[in-house]
Design a protein around this ligand. Structure first.
Ligand SMILES: Nc1ncnc2c1ncn2[C@@H]1O[C@H](COP(=O)(O)OP(=O)(O)OP(=O)(O)O)[C@@H](O)[C@H]1O
Length: 748
């Protein structure tokens, strides 16, 4: 039997449904308008260059609008604020307005200043708010709501006193994981909101323990900045840098679900257009390549290619012309003094050499017999002579970054000359035969070399034109699909079809290039309006140099946790990383609450953290799971693993399980887990510890922690990362002795 309270709730839900349905019909109207406008723009053909360029701008704009309207379909409206004044606002993913009523707001964009009380208002500081309501929706249906009264008398003191929308928050953090990170727009907490809305300029460091929402905050900050500084940032784009491609796939859906597509997600290894740096190399080699001193090595390597041998003989017609060291050094000095990059300064070098050779030729022929035109002819012939060109190529070759590094790595002689400060053993680690694969640690060195060598931009210009055409083709594809769907049910139109168009384009390898971020991906010299670096503690000094070059304005958000640094070349303090670029002009912000890992697991992880550094404080868990983490000793982990995985995956139902293993044993242990892969969509994933950075799973099984500890000088940080990936359950399987730091685990 339903109580009056139940009936009231049903009536309230119905009334919310009415409002939410109205919002969706407004969204549908907007979609239709944009699609008509896009169609109109695409039908315009020919015209002047300016008209074509205006058409392209309109096409890009309407395509973007359509993509945004589709992206916000799920969870369009998620909240409501009731004020003491009887005013009421609905809060959602984008702003919607009533055109018939002087653009009165129907839905407030979560990023608008007026929406802030939804995240910040508390009973102690209600900011005029009487009640905060969180709406739960499934597709277009309202399935429930949670209310919070911001009345000072209703506060119950306790662990979670400071949380906003506690019921909705706990439901979100307890939900099963899907293998893809979701947005947190409905439940952003006050300490997170303050960071998200920090001003655009300057470097903001977000330091926080595992699960404190650093990644979530970084991505929502990108969406906030694009909304608030749209004109400035849409032009230059925003770059989000992550540690590896698994992580980028994991976070890839968050910004589109917030209606933002103009952001480039990349690893540092992907920042060099036209090159795939997927090669592997020993950690020691990558660590050497990451040192700042490598900038000098690359500079040295470039100068070493500007040779000045004792004598070069150049056969020319019936004669042999001579370039001695003095003449070569003089030409080289002139070219270097231009301070232009190597390939550009070559013109000066060439001119000087030709002048020296022409003077010799003229002197031998008899200067008095030649007029100015004859001398010009001699210069031209010298310039065009293959033997002269070969001599200049030897003395000052045209170099690509790839050629420079490849030849450097291949030659012990060149390496010894360019890197005198490295030990012979370190230089040996850099050795590589030509044609070897590029590794992520090579990318900052290639970038450095590209700066010093200078580039030929013809290819870049041709690429820009190809991209412009692709943008138009993409939009045409979208339109075709919309036209096809004209007679389909309007309720289910557009959203899915647009997503299909995108996927279709991807499948055919045709990329969309209409946003600044996408253009930026193809241009090494592109500079971004804002750069967000996630898991920033892992970056090497050389990687920082590359990133700083991409962001001359130094408008950056740097997100990470010094306690989780696993890379030997990574950071041990933020000031050490940043001071070479911005001195002490950066702002530290901190996150302190762990939304991912329940308190039972965090207690175990805290013991490991204490072994990393006794002064580091673990974040406070927002909840308990009621589940005790355990450890089980077996004769051989390879023999015992399949059974434990079977039991654990049965226990978590639809959830996700990760088996985290010592990196050296990845192939061996992955082979013994039936159906295991590294695909995050799978139910059971087996990963080496470094690949789990930034990810999370319902259940975590850590295998052989003693080996994880021993595998790297930062083994304790790696183990800390592994333990804190869990949202619900943790188990440890070991054959070797259990490390003392894990003594708290119950034996199973
Ligand atoms: N305000 C919030 N509301 C709901 N969920 C949240 C909130 N903040 C964080 N979370 C969730 O907590 C989990 C951890 O967040 P996130 O991955 O951003 O943490 P992190 O600090 O980057 O962790 P790590 O350093 O371990 O990579 C995610 O599932 C995220 O969605």
């Amino acid at each position: 039997m339903s109580t009056p309270a139940d009936e009231l709730r049903i009536a309230e839900t119905d009334s919310e449904q009415e409002y939410v349905s109205m919002l969706y019909s407004r969204l549908d109207d907007l979609r239709e308008q944009s699609s008509k406008r896009l169609s109109g723009a695409l039908r315009q053909t020919g015209g002047t260059h300016q008209m074509r360029s205006e058409r392209d701008t309109s096409v890009a704009m309407y395509s973007d609008q359509l993509a945004q309207y589709s992206a916000v379909e799920n969870g369009l409206c998620f909240g409501r604020l009731d004020f003491h004044t009887d005013d009421r606002f609905y809060i959602g993913r984008i702003g919607l307005f009533d055109e018939d009523k002087e653009y009165e707001p129907l839905l407030m964009d979560w990023r608008a200043p007026a929406a802030r009380p939804f995240y910040l208002a508390t009973a102690a500081a209600p900011d005029g708010v009487r009640r905060r309501r969180h709406l739960r929706t499934k597709q277009r249906k309202v399935v429930g709501f949670d209310d919070e009264s911001l009345d000072i008398n209703s506060v119950v003191p306790g662990r979670n006193e400071g949380l906003t929308g506690e019921a909705t928050l706990l439901a979100a953090v307890n939900a099963s994981r899907t293998g893809q990170m979701g947005d947190i727009v409905a439940t952003i907490q006050a300490e997170q909101d303050r960071i998200i809305r920090t001003e655009l300029n300057g470097v903001v460091v977000v330091q926080g323990g595992p699960g404190t929402g650093k990644t979530a905050v970084a991505l929502h900050r990108a969406a906030y900045l694009l909304y608030t500084h749209r004109r400035q940032l849409a032009k230059r784009g925003v770059l989000v840098v992550g540690p590896n491609s698994t992580f980028l796939r994991y976070i890839g859906q968050v910004l589109p679900s917030l209606g933002e597509t103009g952001v480039l997600l990349s690893t540092v290894g992907e920042l060099y257009p036209g090159l795939t740096a997927t090669g592997r190399e020993p950690t020691e080699a990558a660590t050497i390549k990451g040192r700042l001193a490598m900038a000098d090595v690359v500079a040295h390597a470039v100068r070493d290619r500007q040779e000045a041998p004792a004598l070069v003989e150049v056969p020319f017609e019936q004669d042999v012309l001579k370039l001695d060291r003095k003449a070569i050094s003089a030409a080289r000095g002139r070219a270097r003094r231009t301070r232009r990059p190597h390939n550009e300064a070559r013109r000066t070098f060439q001119r000087e050499v030709i002048t020296t050779l022409a003077n010799q030729a003229v002197a031998r022929l008899g200067r008095h017999l030649l007029d100015a035109a004859d001398v010009d002819d001699i210069r031209r012939e010298l310039r065009e002579d293959p033997k002269v060109q070969a001599a200049i190529d030897r003395l000052w070759p045209v170099l690509t970054p790839q050629r420079l590094l490849e030849e450097l790595y291949a030659s012990p002689k060149l390496l010894a000359k360019a890197a005198p400060k490295l030990t012979p053993a370190e230089r040996e680690l850099l050795r590589r035969a030509p044609g070897g694969e590029w590794t992520p640690a090579d990318v900052p060195l290639l970038d450095e070399a590209a700066e010093l060598l200078g580039e030929d931009d013809t290819e870049a210009k041709a690429r820009a034109e190809r991209q412009r055409r692709q943008a138009v083709d993409y939009a045409q594809g979208v339109l075709d699909i919309l036209d096809l769907a004209d007679d389909a049910d309007p309720e289910i139109l557009m959203a899915t079809d647009l997503v299909d168009a995108y996927k279709l384009a991807e499948r055919h390898g045709a990329e969309r290039y209409e946003t600044a971020a996408e253009r930026a991906a193809a241009d090494r010299t592109w500079t971004f309006g804002h750069v967000i670096v996630d898991e920033a503690q892992e970056l090497s000094a050389m990687a920082w140099r590359t990133l700083m070059r991409r962001c001359p304005s130094k408008s950056m958000t740097v997100v990470g946790d010094i306690a989780q640094t696993g890379d030997v070349g990574g950071a041990t303090s933020w000031s050490e990383v940043l001071s070479p670029y911005v001195l002490d002009r950066w702002k530290l912000t901190e996150l302190t609450v762990n939304y991912r890992t329940p308190s039972e697991i965090m207690a175990v992880a805290a013991d490991v953290l204490a072994s990393v550094d006794a002064d580091l404080a673990p974040p406070t868990s927002v909840r308990d799971s009621g589940f005790e983490p355990w450890a089980r000793r077996v004769g051989s982990v390879a023999d015992g693993l399949a059974e434990v995985v079977g039991a654990e995956s049965a226990a978590i139902g639809d959830g996700k399980l990760v088996v985290i293993v010592p990196s050296a044993r990845l192939a061996e242990l992955r082979a013994v887990v039936p159906g295991a892969t590294d695909d995050l969509d799978a139910q059971v994933v087996v990963l080496g510890v470094t690949d789990t950075k930034g990810l999370e799973f319902d259940s975590v099984l850590v295998v052989e922690p003693a080996q994880i500890l021993a595998e790297s000088p930062r083994g304790a940080s790696d183990l800390y990362v592994a333990l804190t990936r869990a949202t619900q359950r943790l188990g440890v399987l070991h054959a070797e002795e259990l490390p003392a730091e894990l003594g708290r685990l119950a034996t199973a």
